[in-house]
Design a protein around this ligand. Structure first.
Ligand code: ADP
Ligand code: MG
Length: 478
């Protein structure tokens, strides 16, 4: 049987986090009463004119630079015509043959392998409104709050070969738009959306096969699931000797399948032409360079820096650079106390565990990086044991207090004083002559018993190193 290779290209829409719409003054806030964020431009009233939001252009340039694109010094807004009730003008303002950015690439990482995915273009456009069709109602509703919200569409080259690569690409896009602070990256709420184009071809062939476009993918999990399903469906068709039909299919998350929505539409159908109401968008060299110099450190750069500077393994690099805030937190904590490995471990286990449990994100983290650094320093200086540190940490998380003040007020300080510990050990050995005899007859396992007793007596505060040292001496009869 012929072996097939999958070819995947993604079209990702990201809602830009501006305050107002792309061509109008209405706010873009989510969750407002239907049609409360409208104005004559958004409603498509006759005689009104669109005015471009400068911030939108700024965001698009940022994204273009972060994805290694060329920025077009001149780009053109075009009308894309179709009828739908959520589009009052009868056309969507988009960009067509002259988009703002083109010819870029991203590098994704997957199981230690690096892969470059080409970006064909990034263009600006306006979002449409939203239609709701009640289950058993004869009425449909239209909400135009979302109409005119700025979008960028990021079109990839057909460079991906597996559902996992597509998933990694999508997550990387999310990471970048969040680092750039141009989109919140929330797929469930629709601020990041993805259409996946999937085709098969005989392994070794360089020609593209007939593609199917998958829509309605609204979570990271579904990106991979929908593509995997589609690859299986197309493989079965070809194995049977059938052909794949070029069409748009909808991912059905309930059934875990895709179903045909419509046959493919072509660019000609949309009657694209330059919008006569909008001037060509001109971006000068200075604007581009100013934006470039204001770019934040990007995820891949932080990843590389962590790996090198802190000799961190890839597992921790991935987790700590996933979000910009986490990376910053980590940098600040390590600046406070230079123990990169221990701090990485505290963040990814205790801190993330607790944030998760309380349903908080990094922005709401009650423990400052300075205080976490101090906690790790107190362990390293033998002031508290690792075990006590977890108790102190819990208190830090609940109150936001510094570890020092918690240790002071609760008396959790580690006991390292030899005389004090020796006294406790003497008492314990005197009270357990039988166990001492057993130890001296060669039952060395009893050591654990004695350590346990000392810890019990000192409420876990005895320095384990000192306890072991003294116990060994005393049991040897010294
Ligand atoms: P269309 O004319 O249908 O919009 P485009 O050429 O503009 O198609 O490509 C849209 C998306 O589909 C891009 O992300 C591109 O990489 C991807 N794509 C194009 N052809 C194929 C193919 N044969 N198989 C998989 N993906 C494809
Ligand atoms: Mg296209």
């Amino acid at each position: 049987m012929i072996q097939y290779e999958a070819v995947i290209g993604l079209e990702v829409h990201a809602q830009l986090a501006t305050n107002s719409k792309i061509f109008a003054t209405s706010a873009t806030t989510a969750g407002r009463p239907p049609n409360s964020l409208t104005d004559p431009v958004t409603l498509g009233m006759p005689g009104v004119l669109p005015v471009l939001n400068k911030r939108v252009v700024d965001f698009a340039i940022r994204l273009g630079l972060a994805t290694n694109c060329e920025i077009n010094r001149e780009s053109i807004f075009a009308r894309k015509h179709y009828f739908y009730p959520d589009l009052p003008k009868g056309y969507q303002i988009s960009q067509y043959d002259k988009p703002i950015c083109h010819t870029g690439h991203l590098t994704i990482r997957l199981g230690g392998e690096h892969k470059r995915v080409g970006i064909t273009r990034i263009h600006l456009e306006e979002d449409a409104g939203k239609n709701t069709h009640g289950e058993n109602e004869p009425t449909s509703f239209i909400d135009l709050n979302r109409a005119g919200v700025p979008l960028v569409e990021i079109v990839s080259e057909p460079d991906m070969r597996t559902p996992e690569e597509a998933g990694a690409y999508m997550r990387h896009i999310r990471q970048i738009v969040r680092y750039l602070e141009i989109c919140d990256g929330n797929m469930e709420e629709g601020s990041l959306r993805c259409d996946a184009n999937v085709s098969l071809r005989p392994l070794g062939s360089t020609e593209l096969g007939t593609k199917v476009e998958l829509k309605n993918i609204n979570s990271f999990r579904f990106v991979e699931k929908a593509i995997a399903y589609e690859i299986t469906r197309q493989t079965m068709l070809l194995d049977q000797g059938d052909k794949v039909i070029q069409e748009t299919r909808l991912w059905d998350e309930q059934k875990g399948t895709t179903r045909s929505m419509r046959s493919k539409e072509y660019a000609e159908d949309y009657r694209y032409f330059p919008d006569p109401d909008l001037l060509p968008l001109v971006v000068d060299h200075e604007w581009i360079e100013k934006t470039r110099s204001a770019l934040p450190e990007l995820p891949e750069q932080v990843y590389g820096r962590f790996k090198k500077m802190y000799r961190m393994d890839e597992y921790y690099c991935d987790i700590l650079t996933e979000e910009k805030l986490t990376a910053r937190y980590y940098d600040q904590a390590v600046a406070g106390h230079h123990n990169p490995a221990a701090i990485a471990n505290w963040i990814t286990t205790e801190l993330f565990g607790r944030l998760n449990k309380e349903g908080l994100d990094m922005e709401q983290c009650p423990v400052s990086p300075e205080n976490l650094a101090l906690l790790v320093k107190l362990i390293d200086d033998d002031v508290i044991s690792g075990k006590i540190a977890k108790v102190v940490f819990d208190e830090m998380f609940s109150t936001g207090a510094s570890p020092l003040s918690i240790i002071e007020s609760t008396g959790l300080k580690q006991i390292s004083d030899k005389d004090h510990i020796a006294e406790v050990i003497d008492r314990i050995l005197a009270n357990h002559p039988e166990q001492v005899a057993q130890f001296r007859e060669g039952k060395t396992k009893m050591m654990g018993f004695f350590v346990g007793q000392v810890m019990k007596e000192t409420e876990g505060k005895a320095n384990p190193k000192v306890v072991n040292e003294l116990l060994t001496q005393k049991l040897a009869g010294e």
